[in-house]
Design a protein around this ligand. Sequence first.
Ligand code: HEC
Length: 227
Amino acid sequence: MLIRPAVMVAVIAAGLAQSATAGEPENASPAGSVSEPLQTVQGLGGSTEQPRRHFRVPNPAVLSDREAAEIYLGLADELAAVYARSGSRVVADYQTWQRYSSAPYKSMTHGRRYVSNYANAQARDYGRYEEAGQLPVGSVVVKDSFVVTDAGEITLGPLFVMEKMAPGFNYVTGDWRYSMISETGAFLGETGGEGAQRVEFCIACHLAQEDQDHLYFVPVERRVTAD
Ligand code: HEC
């Protein structure tokens, strides 16, 4: 009842593009070509450059599982579409994977961020939780998210990704490659690649779970036990 997926869309960065100063040959910067105007970018996103959810929940501090699930249902397609903008093939169809959280839950490490966990077929042992052992190469585990602010506003959140690489990829991470895609679809970085420093903090925290293949799993009360 509370949400209408179609409601709102306060595009904040309002009319930024349009005014594109019709290419004054203003010999300004020597490196003129650097400032590629926005036109080149226009094709990709259409109007929803930065989707912002502005429906509200009455009491953001206490979201029932049902409310959280309902909100998530309304956001799921948009989350998938936004993350897809990153061009990451690894997570392209993550919402078709097994979901291991029975309802979005407030991640204790991330304030008002509600997360849902998925794992691909290779990572099916994730569903055995503490009994999972080492997940095989090719396993991908992700956590998508949305945010509920103090004021009850709901916005999209980032996607957190762990991908099991071949032995020798990275000793410290247990051969996991961490990456993150922002709520606007920007690929923020990955272990051993571009923006690696942006995901270093992931490693540090997950390292504490080294004896469980660096995995934290879903809080017990929200676990889905797959077949
Ligand atoms: C302060 C500790 C901490 C940091 C930093 C952190 N995580 Fe996590 N992560 C957790 C916890 C705790 C969980 C279990 C679910 C939950 O409570 O959110 C988790 C779960 C996950 C999962 C689901 C797999 C699992 O472990 O069960 C993924 C994927 C993930 N994190 C990726 C990342 C990425 C990518 C980053 C960095 C961008 C990151 N995490 C940073 C603590 C952390």
